[in-house]
Write a protein that binds this ligand. Structure first.
Ligand SMILES: CC(C)(COP(=O)(O)OP(=O)(O)OC[C@H]1O[C@@H](n2cnc3c(N)ncnc32)[C@H](O)[C@@H]1OP(=O)(O)O)[C@@H](O)C(=O)NCCC(=O)NCCS
Length: 207
């Protein structure tokens, strides 16, 4: 049976209303729903891998996102509640233009989530690149995020057929701007607060 995305969205919206009424803490109802997203298998390079986020990840991501070091670098810097995160995830789950990846790092034979990155608002061959965070601060500045982005670009190229990625970053976020430039993004404009960048034909080669 083919379930139309519109139908899923209506079901999701109804479920969100239902959760609000009941104050429900469970969204594992999702297990019975079919996501309209394309299936994307995990991909790795050495000790870094990325995979699509799942329901079990959302509290980890919320904790990272609510940390000041990350939160204050995001356009919406509000603290996200447990309930808001769940409502967001339901919408995300039904959205076929949004792919949010967990970054995993393998060390001493254990694999841990260390960050996240996303491609969203996909329209034809274009997408937004964002929700960039290295939640595990010990793994920051070590090239893990860079490698994860190269894996993301591989998916962008070969699975999502994207040829143009865009991003917005606070002008004061020098670290992120440096990394984005290393990844090949170039400035397309700026305003008082933000730098706008674009990457054409993202390369997944690590030189
Ligand atoms: C922005 C953020 C995600 C970047 O993560 P990071 O851990 O600093 O990034 P990385 O260490 O992977 O960055 C790339 C580094 O890899 C380098 N690099 C280049 N080629 C490389 C290669 N082949 N292999 C590995 N690293 C390489 C880059 O040059 C850079 O290193 P440098 O500082 O020595 O020049 C992280 O700082 C963060 O979470 N910040 C807070 C949240 C935030 O600001 N998000 C962005 C909102 S727009």
């Amino acid at each position: 049976m083919i379930i139309k995305p519109e139908f899923l969205f209506i079901r999701c919206a109804k479920f969100v209303q239902c959760c609000k009424k009941l104050g429900s803490k469970k969204v594992s109802f999702l297990a019975k729903m079919t996501s309209s997203k394309k299936h994307i298998a995990p991909i790795s390079n050495g000790n870094v891998s990325i995979r699509l986020i799942c329901e079990d990840d959302i509290e980890i991501i919320r904790n990272w996102r609510n940390n000041d070091e990350i939160r204050l670098n995001f356009k919406n810097s509000d603290i996200i509640s447990f309930q808001q995160q769940r409502e967001w995830f339901l919408k995300y789950y039904a959205d076929s233009t949004d792919y949010f990846f967990m970054i995993l790092f393998e060390e001493n034979q254990s694999i841990c989530p260390v960050g996240a990155v996303a491609l969203y608002s996909i329209l034809d061959t274009k997408a937004e690149f964002g929700r960039c965070m290295m939640g595990n601060s010990e793994k920051r500045n070590r090239g893990v995020f860079f490698k994860a982005c190269k894996l993301l670009f591989n998916i962008a190229n070969f699975q999502l057929a994207l040829s143009e990625l865009k991003l917005e970053v606070f002008l004061v976020n020098e670290r992120a701007i440096h990394v984005y430039k290393q990844l090949g993004f170039v400035e397309t404009g700026r305003d008082e607060l933000f730098l706008f960048m674009r990457l054409l034909n993202p390369s997944c080669e690590i030189t």
